[in-house]
Design a protein around this ligand. Sequence first.
Ligand SMILES: [Zn+2]
Length: 101
Amino acid sequence: MLDREFFLGFIKIHILYHASKEPIFGVEIADELARHGYRVSPGTLYPTLHRLEKEGYLESFSKVVNGRVRKYYQATARGKLVMEQSKKKIRELVTEVIEEK
Ligand SMILES: [Zn+2]
């Protein structure tokens, strides 16, 4: 499905953005994405987080919260670099696609 492919790019950038600000966990990022209108199932979200980690953009750590182990993800130096590069691309894209300049 092609639209899924496009949205996955937006979702990944979104995850990377929040993970470069502070550590995030699965349910929290799912809620945040939902707030932006992306309905992401756990079957899409978790493999995406794992892939970003495997590719070196995110790193994870576990923390016990209310007696349960919660897995947090944060951007690595490489992830932050890609985020900075993406910002330039996003700005350029907005200028053309939204502002039609
Ligand atoms: Zn957001």
